[in-house]
Design a protein around this ligand. Sequence first.
Ligand code: IPM
Ligand code: MG
Length: 352
Amino acid sequence: MKIAVLPGDGIGPEIVAQAVKVLWALRLNIDMTEAPIGGAGYESAGDPLPDATLKLAKEADAVLLGAVGDWKYDKLERHLRPERGLLRIRKELNLFANLRPALLYPELASASTLKSEVVSGLDIMIVRELTGDIYFGQPRGISTLENGEREGINTMRYSESEIKRIGRVAFDIAMKRNKRVCSVDKANVLETTELWRQVMIELSSEYPEVELSHMYVDNAAMQLIRAPKQFDVMVTGNIFGDILSDEASMLTGSIGMLPSASLDANNKGMYEPSHGSAPDIAGKDIANPLATILSVAMMLRYTFNDETNAVKIEHAVKAALVLGCRTADIWTEGCKKVGCSEMGDVVAKALN
Ligand code: IPM
Ligand code: MG
């Protein structure tokens, strides 16, 4: 098992260290090599995705990523900013399928800002398309019009084949779950997503057992906080998926709980927490490492086909919560507040 480890910026290095700790504790035969990405890539090689990092990631079976970004890079030219490193590696590795499971651990029902009866039992899989849409569509840019005024342009576009391949991922996952797919679009306004809806309907004939429904993204945003348990699998494009997955994370108590897998057509994958680099709390040992640790479980499941150890990690996370350990973001009265590295220790210990 060859894993490229890319800690990145902000809290990235701290949370990745905990995930690596947990991986070592499993005593698997793994080969891990670290490389810089994001602001760290810019500092060391003048590029948010240095060539050596991309090469390492291409040669690895899986990539473990922390997070990228820091305000101090906001003034750099766009192509040098940390986020560009992340978007480029997703594109270069063709990681078109982003899986973001929003699962509520019962122990955290009271940590959510929503009423516990609304969220308890929550188990949603968000399938976000990751290499297309307005994130990558051309033309794009900021230009100056004839009247001297500036104009910003981005282009939302999806080809039929791009829609089909992400749709397949969603239907296949639904077959292993409760066999319901909700496709999220804005087909009442945007042609791109009108096509999205048509292709999803065509594809659904190959999956007669799966119940396909459609929802406009504004309604989906509302339904997620009104009655989130109505969803099984949600499938949507890059930008809507970015927004809805952040929203869904709060149903689980904290964005610090939401792992993710980004897969190519052969299940090679990059695994990262869904949250960002949180530079305001970096280096303070207070970040929640559980999303990153749970991302490693996803790595074992999806890339290495090792369900046994994936479940082992998920049980160890659960055990840490049952013990009452909480990082600051999920702490509630009566629980034990632990730091990032102590949480890593507790999970690693609970493995055995
Ligand atoms: C995410 C993040 C990224 C995205 C940013 C950091 C570029 O928000 O992974 O959800 O927008 O995809
Ligand atoms: Mg996001």
